[in-house]
Design a protein around this ligand. Sequence first.
Ligand code: ZN
Length: 114
Amino acid sequence: MALEDLTGVRERVRLRKDQQTSVHSGSFHQLGRYIAYKAERAGVPLVYIDPAYTSQQCSQCHHIDRRNRSSQSKFACRACGVTMHADDNASRNIARKGHAAWTAGRQSRVPEPA
Ligand SMILES: [Zn+2]
């Protein structure tokens, strides 16, 4: 399982007002803690990935362009032309980065064996 590491995102990234609300609200952080808790209890490995370009990068050809994200919900790659829901595209990027981080053994947060 992979989650974006959003620690310090407020300092690094200038977000739109509606995104700030979703990223920094208490319920958002609570959800992250809840997922980590449930993953550990289930023995599911959890990795945290760098959130940079997750929403701007094409999950199919990996082309990065701010304009790929044509609206809050739509993703349309300027390079290969693939279109999908923006959340679907971002999820695929998080999964790929998570797999890469897991394979490399970097930033892995493996639950302690019981
Ligand atoms: Zn593409």
